[in-house]
Design a binder for this molecule. Sequence first.
Ligand code: OXD
Ligand code: MN
Length: 586
Amino acid sequence: MTKNKMLLSWIEEMAALTTPDEIVWITGDSEQLDQLRQQAIATGELYKLNEEKLPDCYLHRTAVNDVARVEHRTFICSRREIDAGPTNNWMAPKEAYEKLGKIFNKSMKGRTMYVIPYSMGPVGSKFSKIGIELTDSIYVVMNMVIMTRVGNDVLDALGNSNDFVRGLHGKADIDEENRYICHFPEDNTIWSVNSGYGGNVLLGKKCFALRIASYQGKNENWMAEHMLILGVEYPNGETKYIAAAFPSACGKTNLAMLIPPEIFAKKGYKVWTVGDDIAWIRKGPDGRLWAINPENGFFGVAPGTNIKSNPNALHATEKGTIFTNVVHNLENNTVWWEGLDKNPPTKALNWKGEPWTAESGEKGAHPNSRFTAPATNCPSISKEFDSPNGVPLSAMVFGGRRAKTAPLVYQSLDWVNGVFVGSIMASETTAAASGAVGVVRRDPMAMLPFCGYNMGDYFQHWLNIGKDVGDKVPKIFHVNWFRLDDEGHFLWPGFGENLRVLLWILDRCEDKVGAVETPIGYLPKPEDINLEGIDVTEETLKELLSVDKELWLEDTVRIEDFYNKIGNTVPKELRNELTKLKKKLS
Ligand code: OXD
Ligand code: MN
C-alpha cells in the first residue's frame, strides 16, 4: 500500500486510541466499493434506490439531532488564541486533544476503521493537496469517493512525504453534547467526533479545503476561498472565468450552473461550471491568478432544486448520487423534496423515515437535505474541470442578499478597495417577501465560518496577494440579485438572467464599457446592461442601480462595529477605505 513511515505511524497511533476491530484501506477499486455498499445496505446505512430511474443512487438518513454543520461546536485550535481570532471558537490544542481523545478512546471497538487517501484537486497538480481521512462510517467513505479523488494513486503521489492533512472522524454515539469539530492548523490535523452529517464529517470539504487550506495558503502565498468558479463562453469560442463568493443559501450552485437565456443561447453564449463551492487560487506562470476547484463532486442542497431553478444540478443527480434526508417516494422507490415539482408522492417516508404525506402540512425533506453528485455528471461541467493548471480569473465577485442597500452590481475602485468590499460583505436573514429589511449578518468574503485563522490577518493576506500579483489582479465586483421594491417584490428576475450582469462585469474587465463613479465604486451606465427580451424596464434598472447614501452611512456604522470586533488585526488600509467611504457619502 504505502511505505510512508509518517503515515503508518500516525495510523498506528490513531488505531491504538480508537481500537477498531479491523483497518481497511480504501484503494479506489470499484469491487471494494461495491462490497462496502452491500455492507451498508445490509445494515440500513444506505438504501438502494430504483436502478432504472436512478442508477447507482442511494438514500441515507442521518440521526435526527445531526442535520447540519455545527458552528458553535467548531473550533480552531491554534496555539495562541489571537491566531484563531474573535470570529472563531478557540480551544488550546492540548485541551482539545485531551478532551476529544477521551471521546475517541476505544470508540471504534467492534467497528472498522477505513483509511481514505484523497486528493483535493487533480492528483499530482501543483495546486493539489493530499489528505488522509480515518473514519468508522461507510457513508463517509462513499461520499468522499464522490466529493474527492480517492485511492492508491493518491498514496503514490504522496510517496514518503509528510505533507498530508491528518483527519480523524468517529461517529462515536452521535451525541450532540459531545460533538466537536476541531481543527489544528499548525499540525495539519482535523478531529471530528459524534456527528455523521456531511459538512462535519466529509473532512476534505469545509474542514480541509477551507479552514486548514486558508491557513496553508497564508503561509504558502495562495488562497483558499468559499467561491464558485464559472466560465462564460462567447460566440467566438473564447471563454472568460469568474470566481464568486456568496454566503450559504444565496444561490452559489445555481449561479455556477447558470443556463443562458434563450436570446443569448441563440447567439452562441454558453456558461461552464468549474466549481460550485470552493476555489483554490494561486499565481500562474503568466503572473495572473489561476483557480482550481479542489472538489470532485457537488454536495448540494436538495429543496428548491428543480428543472427550472437548476436543470444542470438536477441532471447531475440522476446517477451515482447519494441523497441524504430527502423524502423516500415509495410509489417508485425514488426521492422527492419540497420544490422538486408539484406532485409530492402519496406513499412516502419523510426524512426521518416516518410515513408522510404533503397534506400533513409538515416538510417531508429536511430543509438542509442534500445530494452528493459526481461533478462529471453535470451537463455544464467545464472541459477545464480536471485541468492541473486551473483557469485564469478575469473577475472576482462578492455578493449577498440585501433588500435595499447594495445595487445590482458595482465595481470596486482597485484591488485594495475590492478587498474592502469583500470584507464588508453582508447578507440579510429574514424572508424577503415581507419587504422588511432583515437582520444583517456580516460575512466577509463568505468566509466567516470557514476561515482557519484570524480574520484581520486573512484580510492582510488578500492585500499581500494583490501586492504580489500587481496589475494582473482580477477586477473585483459586488452583486446583489435580491434587491426589493417598496412592496417587497424582487426587482431583478435572477437565475439565467444574471448572465446579463456577468457580461457587463467581463466587459469592464476588458475596458469595453464606461461606468459611473459613485461613492461606493463604479456602477453601470443603464444602457450598458442588455435588457433585450426581459421584462425589466429602464426605470426598474435605474432603481436597481441606485445608491441610497443614508442607508450606506448607516451601514458604515455597523461596518466599523464589525471591524472593532475583529480588533487591531484589521489592516490599516481597510480602515482607510472605510474613512474614505464615509467622507464620500457625507
Ligand atoms: C455549504 C455551506 O454547505 O456553505 O456549502 O453551508
Ligand atoms: Mn458552501
